[in-house]
Structures are given as structure tokens and as C-alpha cells.
Design a protein around this ligand. Sequence first.
Ligand SMILES: [Zn+2]
Length: 263
Amino acid sequence: MNEEISGKKVSSVEVSNPKCLNVSLESFRQNIIGKAVTSIESLGKWLFFKLDSGGTVLFNPGMGADVIHFKESSKLPAKYQVKFSFDDGTGFTIRVWWFCYLHFVPRNKLGEHKRVGKLGISPLEKSFTLDYFKRLLGKKKGNIKSFMLDQKNIAGIGNVYIQDMLFNAKVHPKRKIPTLTEEEVCTLHQSMKSVLTKSVELGGLEYEKDFYGHKGGYGAAHFKIGYKPGKPCPRCNTLIEKIKTGSTSSFICPKCQTLKTLQ
Ligand SMILES: [Zn+2]
């Protein structure tokens, strides 16, 4: 996106689902049209389109979205809710799978944004060291899975990739943080980085698309236990189970990931 969009001036914006905006469509347009995109950054599930006015357009695809680049001559996707066009005839469309957030935030107000202002750092950042993770866990008492999914603690882990992260460390999703051993914390930390890095290398999940519409390569072959109920555990052959953990589903090997009691 940085290669295709940076430096280009926004010439028009269409939004057919204005509920995703944090301001009126008119105000959204006024703040963006005529401004140039200086860079695109990401943190967790958020994209940050930085504008030369100092403003930022924030986009969060919710459960997912197809964000697809187009050139003047390209055929546009059949369905989309958002379209950004630039003054050189290129642009991109967004087809949201379910819901999204598309917010305009003025200069220096990012820190006050209800969600973005409180985001943790991504496990892919260099600064996300083992020591940092240990400090983050600190004296927390809750379940490890809820902790890891909370974007205020760690930005960028969702219910898809967390399954194998927990499995790699042989940690049950309902384990209480104070019961985790040094080795488990260490493996979880490594695993967060390795699982996400692999996914980025492969361009995301098989049902996700990149900016040019190419599908990702991370699929069933890459999951160890995630989304494989009834299949044998790759470590011990016990059948993988699907269980409810709060509002999310979890896939576990009941033998490798036992619930240890508080020591
Ligand atoms: Zn197992």
C-alpha cells in the first residue's frame, strides 16, 4: 500500500455504509479530499493512513475485508462499500465482510481515540521482548487466552492464530496467568512471533486477499490444532477438541494442554 498510495492526493471518497464513520460523511470528505497520503502504517487490526494535513484515516476491518487496489482501466470488484480515488486515476475499494471502523482523527488526537489510543504493541515489534512480555503479564490473575486477545495488552492477536500459539506452549486457554511456568511463558512469547511471522510471509489466510487481490497461503496445512476438531494431535495423537472459552471457541489437545491447578 505504501508503494502504490504514498504521495498521492485523494480526489474522491465514496462510503455507502456511513455507520462505520466517526464523523458525518460530509465532514469525513472535507477532511480528506485534496489531502495527500504520506504513509500507511499498521498496528494490530488497524491501518493508519497518514495525511499531509496531519490528520489520520483509521481503518479496522472487523472480522475482515477485501482492500483492493485499482488503476483507471481496472475492473472494480462487483461489491464494495468504500472507494478511495486518487488524482492519478488509481485508488482502492473496500468490501467489508461484516462490520468495520473508518475514522478520521485530526492532528495529535490519536492518543485520545477510544480504541487506538489504548492499543498495546505488536508481537512483531522488536521491542516485544521476552522481558517486555513478562512485565506485561506482571501480577495479572486472569486467563492467559483472554489476556492475549485483549488488544490493550497485545495488539494483533485474534482467535485464529492464538490456537496454535497456546498449543505450542502446551498451555490450556483457561490457565490462570500466575500458574504459568517460566518455560511456558518463554514458549508462548516465541510462538506469538513465529506464528504471526509465518502468516505475514505467506500473505495471510487462504480466504484473505492482499492489495492486488491475491489470496494468502496460510491454510489448514499450517494449522497444528486450530480448526481441526476430531483430528489427531500432531504431538500425541489424542483427538483435538473444540471447547467454549468465554465468548470465543478454542481448539485444544486435552492431553497436551491440561488445566493445572494454582500452585
Ligand atoms: Zn497432544
